[in-house]
Ligand binder design. Sequence first.
Ligand code: C5P
Length: 237
Amino acid sequence: MPDWKSLPTRERLIVALDVPTAAAAHKIVAAVGDSALTFKVGMQLYTAEGPEMVRDLVSSGRRVFLDLKYHDIPNTVASAVKEAAALGVHMLTVHSAGGGKMLRGAVEAAAGVSPSLVVLAVSVLTSMNDGDLQEVGVPRPVAEQVPHLVELALGSGCQGIVASAQEAAELRTKFGDRFAIVTPGVRRAGGSPGDQARVTTPAAAIAAGATHLVVGRPISEAKDPAAEARAILEEMK
Ligand code: C5P
């Protein structure tokens, strides 16, 4: 496992390619240039353009964070993880709520193909509140369900989690330093929050214990995406 604390800053920035076409994605990647190494391919782009998008990024020397949040029976998830590993992705996501068997299946499948592949667990979606959890039969409040699922994920061998900066600090205190925390909702000091309800600056997210930041529109919609990425890297230092 990498020593998360000593990762170079450039390896901590993930640029989200939240666009509908490969052409739009490649435009962002080209505009970012060498300022970032890792790009997030999520449901939208993957559904539209498929594995070719991932192959193109990997073959051009970029790293891919495949954010498809797998959640299915253990055998199906393990099979999907094997395919993602074979594509050469660097990080991927699974839902902790799929349970320990599913999580262990994902971790074992990843390790079998690509030992450096980082399996990240999603806990409670930040769009859900206590009432939404009750609706799906979870009586615990979000504040208790998140650490519960994180403990399950780390105990099942996941190398990291996706969490807001607000959650990160508490999770570091509870569970220590030996796992990755990937944090979205990052905006530079003074930047526009867009539709993100709670935003954190790059420096604050790192201080809270995040190892990686996922940044989408502030970079992809910037006039100069490379300069914006560099400014974020500066603030992370
Ligand atoms: O454009 P922006 O920087 O807001 O994009 C952040 C990325 O992180 C998007 O891909 C979004 O789906 C993802 N994300 C988020 N909040 C979460 C989980 C994921 O913004 N709680």
